[in-house]
Design a protein around this ligand. Structure first.
Ligand code: CMC
Length: 432
């Protein structure tokens, strides 16, 4: 980040205040308003922080207009096609692609931290069998802080890195066990001979009574889904992780906060909501009626899996996901899936219907990921859990970057107060 020659001037109450303009490596300049309250006695107002840079970061760059997504400078399409999820995780966490030896050490460390403390098994028994797996994930990840006391010390760089490895390694185990628990099935332990994606599939679908062979096409698709969801700049859950982490809270608690934020249907819950929506529409013939509801502002109905806060042209992840979707369906021999037919029909409408075109509402990554996951046999309730497994690498990398930034401060937004002005307390007998 550098201070440019430019300044922005605000004229207020007859006074001009010059504010520095900062430039990043890519993207628009930003006006540094840190001295605004002191110099002009005002704050800025930006509900939802859509126009505010809350931090500087070297991890991910997005250009929503052009549909660009870069991790540490590398285009997402290149990473999805040529890298493994473990390479991307290393890249996000460390800043550079690993040399082969570094990669091997990283993968070895992740594999050797996938087991959960046996006492963590007891937590699962405390949940109802019909609990949503996101509830189990959120609670159990937070509970990791009661096992790794050294992880509570966020001031130690080696400990921070160790916690990051632990959390990336253990989250697939917790996620798969959350599923097994809701099914009443035996927990399947991690296997070190498998890749990260293969191991996740094995922990999800293997049973003790027979050998489990991972389908390589599905494993590759899973790896790609993980890559495509690994990080996405300062979205709601990542900002939640940063805000929680800015207080010095331990990383397990912060990731648990991120999981909670991801759960909402406007964020990570969207892929689950897509499938629910398709089931609700039920048949192609019902699409016009559903679209009419979507266009009616009073209905409160949205076309799930469409639109994005940042991508206003296309979501680059959606393109790759669309191709992966076709690969998986052809591998599994799925030709006439009614939900898939519906999805394809909705996609056509969005591309041609004026309502969607005018508002730049394109299918986003979750539109296709939901269909792929369903085809793979992953239950709908696990969709957001999978998103959380992938995004954990991004969250922990962003958390680490924030803690390591010189002069890091607690996050503390301000507000525009619109409540009652100061008034005197009235006792019961004087209240109207
Ligand atoms: N269906 C129908 N209309 C929509 C939709 C939608 N999915 N999304 C936006 N609009 C309309 C909205 O009503 C508004 O119309 P108007 O200008 O007439 O008032 C216009 O488009 C702009 O919408 P917005 O609410 O300002 O857009 P936003 O940037 O605040 O919302 C969003 C982004 C993702 C929350 C929203 O598009 C949405 O709710 N999509 C469905 C949920 C979804 O698929 N979320 C996953 C996002 S990708 C994964 C992730 O990053 O978590």
């Amino acid at each position: 980040m550098s201070e440019s020659e430019k300044t922005a001037t605000i004229s207020l109450n007859g006074k001009d205040v010059a504010l520095p303009v900062l430039s990043g490596t890519l993207g628009p300049d930003v006006i540094d308003i840190r001295k605004l309250p002191a110099q002009a006695g005002v704050f800025t107002y930006d509900p939802g922080y859509g126009e505010t840079a809350s931090c500087s970061s070297k991890i991910t760059f997005i250009d929503g207009e052009k549909g660009i997504l870069l991790h540490r400078g590398y285009p997402i399409a290149q990473l999805a096609e040529q890298a493994t999820f473990m390479e991307v995780a290393y890249l996000l966490l460390n800043g550079e692609l690993p040399a082969k030896a570094e990669y091997d050490t990283f993968v070895h460390s992740i594999k050797h931290h996938t087991l959960l403390h046996e006492q963590i098994r007891n937590f699962f028994n405390g949940f109802r069998r019909d609990a949503h797996p996101m509830a189990i994930l959120c609670g159990t990840v937070g509970a990791l802080s009661s096992f790794y006391h050294e992880g509570l010390d966020v001031s130690n760089a080696a400990t921070r890195y160790q916690s990051a490895l632990r959390i990336i390694a253990k989250i697939p185990t917790i996620a798969a066990w959350a599923y097994k628990y809701t099914q009443g099935e035996t927990f399947v332990y991690p296997r070190n001979d498998l890749s990260y994606a293969e191991n996740f599939l094995s922990m999800m679908f293997a049973v003790p009574s027979e050998p489990y062979k991972v389908n390589p096409v599905l494993a590759r698709a899973m790896d790609r889904i993980l890559i495509l969801h690994a990080d996405h700049e300062q979205n709601a859950s990542t900002s939640t992780v940063r805000l929680a982490g800015s207080t010095g809270a331990n990383p397990f608690a912060c990731i648990s906060a991120g999981i909670a934020a991801l759960w909402g249907p406007a964020h990570g819950g969207a892929n689950e909501a897509v499938l629910k929506m398709l089931a609700e529409i039920g048949h192609k013939d019902n699409i016009p009626e559903f679209i009419a509801k979507v266009k009616d502002k009073n209905s409160g109905v949205r076309l799930m899996g469409f639109g994005h806060r940042v991508y206003k042209n296309f979501d680059p992840r959606a393109k790759i996901m669309q191709a992966t979707c076709h690969e998986v369906l052809s591998e599994l021999g799925i030709k006439d899936d009614p939900l898939l037919d519906l999805a394809i029909e909705l996609e056509k409408i969005a591309i041609h219907d004026e309502y969607f075109v005018k508002r730049s509402l394109y299918p986003n990554v979750d539109f296709y990921s939901g269909i792929i996951l369903k085809a793979m046999g992953i239950p709908t309730s696990m969709f957001t859990v999978l998103f959380a497994v992938a995004r954990t690498t991004g969250w922990i990398s962003q958390w680490k970057e924030m803690i390591e930034e010189p002069g890091q401060r607690i996050g503390r937004p301000r507000q525009l107060y619109t409540g009652a002005p100061e008034r005197d307390f009235t006792p019961f007998d004087k209240r109207g």
